[in-house]
Design a protein around this ligand. Structure first.
Ligand SMILES: *[C@@H]1O[C@H](CO)[C@@H](O)[C@H](O)[C@H]1NC(C)=O
Ligand SMILES: *[C@@H]1O[C@H](CO)[C@@H](O)[C@H](O)[C@H]1NC(C)=O
Ligand SMILES: *[C@@H]1O[C@H](CO)[C@@H](O)[C@H](O)[C@H]1NC(C)=O
Ligand SMILES: *[C@@H]1O[C@H](CO)[C@@H](O)[C@H](O)[C@H]1NC(C)=O
Ligand SMILES: *[C@@H]1O[C@H](CO)[C@@H](O)[C@H](O)[C@H]1NC(C)=O
Length: 361
């Protein structure tokens, strides 16, 4: 854990009157000088005074400086040097992290997701991978240490044209971050933030598989469906959602993340293609089949939005079994928000106090 995490709670105006301030340090020096002048022959005392100045005052210099310059700007510069490894070590509980990746536009969705996780008492292990500095500072200001930015930030990368290799290199960041986390030895649960937890998903992560995920196909499956990789669909690959991925720090999980990175790099990107990392994830699953131990989560507990929101009969029949709801199969920010409201899943308006970030704005 970085030292500044300890320092941050010390930031308080009252520290300025503390005897570590430059003024009182100057006074110490004046006192010592006065002692030398008035007690001329007391050489021993002079030496002792010097030792005090060198041995006691000087080492304070560093912490004094950090107290003096502890404005918002310097705490921001500290978060800039906060690494994924620092953050993971600080946030992980039971060697496990819950991560998401968000830009500023999604802060309200982040908060909604966080409230639902706090209700399951798992928020303490949430690490927000901020895609821009505004998100990094906003989250860490309210919840120190729970956001990290892995450079470069979105602004810089977005300067590349949509559809360019640079842009797609940026989308390849998600598997890179997840790979780094498993290489550090943590279990990691990745979620998109347009999700809401209705129950604790951890008991559903049965067995000791490398990776756990949910299907994005909307057709209804029997309750006892297979937990293996579904067969390829029309496009030759399966339709697993890259929105929820749980990885254990195993060689199989690392292999899958590396393959996903390769698939994102290798695909011939064009302007016509939408920036989406899901097809590459599915090709990686297809190509590593047999080498990676996968587990498909039960549909009744982890339904795609294409089923949960679109088949009322199914939703009624499986009521009480749902664990995480994904607000997909819909386009547009406003529509997503409205749909969550219609289903009683928009928690931020009335329950913001339950979020570790509190009310935003
Ligand atoms: C800790 O994690 C292990 C799996 O890595 C799990 O079996 C166990 O239940 C977890 N314990 C707690 C207290 O969450
Ligand atoms: C994208 O990534 C590839 C492979 O890492 C690299 O060779 C290339 O220079 C990158 N392109 C841009 C525009 O960042
Ligand atoms: C599910 O149950 C049905 C009937 O009870 C059975 O025929 C089928 O083989 C089961 N499927 C799996 C994957 O266990
Ligand atoms: C992988 O994709 C190919 C091409 O669509 C398909 O023939 C094959 O059955 C897939 N493999 C698995 C394990 O799904
Ligand atoms: C909706 O769900 C019901 C109940 O599970 C199922 O019988 C029906 O086929 C589903 N409808 C569609 C369009 O998938």
């Amino acid at each position: 854990m970085s030292a500044f995490l300890h320092q941050r709670p010390l930031y308080s105006p009252s520290l300025e009157s503390h005897d570590l301030s430059p003024r009182s340090r100057q006074n110490h020096q004046k006192t010592a000088a006065a002692a030398i002048l008035s007690r001329g022959p007391a050489l021993l005392l002079v030496l002792v005074s010097l030792l005090i100045i060198v041995g006691v005052v000087f080492p304070y210099g560093q912490s004094t400086n950090s107290v003096i310059s502890f404005g918002p700007r310097s705490s921001e510069s500290k978060w800039r040097s906060y690494t994924l490894s620092d953050a993971a070590a600080y946030v992980a509980k039971n060697n496990t992290l819950i991560v998401c990746a968000v830009s500023e536009a999604y802060l309200t969705f982040l908060n909604n997701w966080l409230i639902s996780i706090a209700r399951q008492k798992h928020h303490d292990k949430v690490l927000v991978i901020a895609e821009d500095y505004a998100t990094l500072y906003k989250v860490n200001e309210r919840w120190p240490g729970h956001a990290v930015l892995v450079p470069p930030a979105l602004e810089a990368a977005a300067a590349h044209k949509f559809g360019s290799q640079g842009f797609f290199n940026f989308t390849a960041r998600r598997p890179r971050h997840l790979l780094q986390i498993v290489e550090l030895g943590y279990n990691v649960m990745y979620n998109d933030v347009d999700m809401v937890w209705l129950a604790d998903p951890f008991p559903y992560l049965e067995g000791e598989h490398d990776v756990y995920f949910m299907d994005d196909m909307a057709y209804v499956k029997p309750l006892n469906h297979s937990h293996g990789l579904p067969p390829p669909g029309k496009k030759g690959r399966p339709y697993i959602c890259s929105c929820l991925i749980y990885l254990r720090p195993t060689s199989g999980a690392k292999l899958l993340m590396k393959k996903w990175i390769d698939e994102l790099q290798e695909q011939p990107w064009s302007r016509a293609k939408k920036a989406n990392d899901q097809p590459a994830f599915n090709w990686a699953l297809n190509k590593t089949a047999g080498q990676v131990d996968v587990y498909l989560l039960p549909q009744n507990a982890f339904p795609t939005g294409g089923l949960y929101f679109r088949n009322k009969t199914w939703a009624r029949e499986t009521k009480g079994m749902h664990v995480i709801i994904h607000n997909n199969y819909i386009i547009g920010f406003e529509k997503k928000t409205q749909r969550f409201r219609d289903y009683g899943l928009w928690l931020v308006d009335e329950h913001a106090s339950e979020s570790p970030l509190g009310r935003l704005e």
